[in-house]
Design a protein around this ligand. Structure first.
Ligand code: ZN
Length: 368
């Protein structure tokens, strides 16, 4: 005789709410005792199907001369005992009912998972954005197609032209374009270089290869190599997509959302131009742009010492003086300067190709 198990039995002669019954397999038949009565059902007559909210219970039904009986296997133990000694004729039906229950269970759990995710996603994104803003911005930026970044660059450039009215001729303009030709790497971006009349010592890179140089930078630099150093550093911010990442981070959730909806460019461009001059990069990004810039200068055979020299000279000699714009947007930490000078110190002696610019004419053109 097989193991006994508990079921709930409904049928003729039993209470409407069903009766608790002891069940066991006896040869090929299910034998039951409930409310002091014995019942017996041949295995081949049983119909099985999943039951309950989640199809997790098993419903067993049969019909005999007295009428229709139904029992429910409520617990996993009861289902196991029922399955263990079920006659061969019932095994196929049992397998079907169980796999239906499993499928329902998986669908059910998946349903909850999806619903949970949908409800939680905005909160997760928001949390992630505040806790890991750099990482999230980087994640978004890395997945943005270059064409989209290029489009953002074009829209931003239109705003820059409207707001800053860049120069389009003259010795200073020509010098920036000549430096650009010398320094531009082979790139997935199409570079555009603008010189604007602003007294601040600054330069910035917009996403997509738009680089803006302030006339104040040319006034402050003592050699074209110093300017080339800054420009090579800015190229680093473009190539490494720092500007895009900073823009995504700075413009926050709105940009993320627009990104998800696929119309980032139009939303972003409005805010971007105004904020570009203040885009802050992380320390890591600055160090990365320095390394990239130094490498670029070497490849272009430009003396790389201009970059650290310029930054060192810009640093205020007295505490409390306002930082030049260049230094507040690209803070020259001590580690940065040490790393740059260390890297340059390790270079073998090399004959750099001079930048053939009439620097006096350039300085005159920016009002020095
Ligand atoms: Zn920088």
């Amino acid at each position: 005789m097989s193991q006994e198990f508990e079921v709930r039995l409904f049928g003729p002669g039993l209470p409407g709410a069903g009766a608790s019954a002891k069940a066991r397999w006896e040869f090929e038949a299910l034998s039951l005792t409930a409310a002091d009565q014995d019942f017996c059902a041949p295995g081949r007559a049983l119909e099985l199907r999943g039951a309950g909210f989640n199809n997790e219970r098993l419903r067993v039904a049969w019909r005999d001369a007295a009428g229709e009986f139904t029992l429910f296997l409520e617990t996993a133990a009861a289902r196991a005992a029922f399955a263990a000694h079920a006659p061969a004729s019932l095994k196929a039906k049992l397998g079907l009912a169980q796999s239906a229950a499993r499928r329902t269970d998986i669908r059910f759990k998946l349903g909850w998972a999806v619903l949970g995710l949908v409800l939680l996603l905005p909160i997760l994104l928001l949390l992630g954005f505040y806790l890991q803003a750099d990482a999230v911005a980087g994640w978004v930026a890395e997945r943005m197609p270059v064409e989209m970044e290029q489009k953002i660059g074009e829209l931003t450039e239109q705003r820059i032209k409207l707001e800053f009215r860049p120069r389009t001729e003259g010795a200073a303009y020509d010098a920036v374009q000549a430096l650009a030709r010398r320094l531009e790497p082979p790139s997935r971006f199409k570079y555009r270089w603008h010189l604007v009349d602003r007294p601040e010592v600054n330069a910035f890179a917009a996403p997509g290869g738009v680089i803006v140089v302030f006339s104040g930078l040319l006034r402050q630099a003592q050699t074209p190599e110093e300017v080339a150093g800054v420009l090579a550093h800015e190229i680093g911010h473009v190539e490494l997509r720092h500007s895009l990442k900073a823009a995504v981070k700075d413009l926050g959730f709105q940009a993320l959302l627009s990104f998800a909806l696929g119309d980032l460019a139009s939303t972003l461009a409005g805010d971007l131009a105004a904020k570009l001059t203040e885009l802050q990069f992380s320390r890591d990004a600055e160090a990365e742009a320095d390394r990239y810039g130094l490498q670029r200068l070497l490849e272009a055979s430009v003396d790389p010492r201009g970059l650290p020299t310029f930054f060192a000279r810009l640093a205020p000699q007295e505490k409390g003086l306002a930082l030049p714009a260049m230094l507040s947007t690209h803070p020259p930490s001590k580690e940065r300067m040490v790393a740059m000078e260390g890297a340059i110190g390790k270079l073998p002696p090399k004959d750099y190709r001079p930048l053939e610019l009439d620097w006096a004419a350039v300085r005159a053109a920016v009002g020095d």
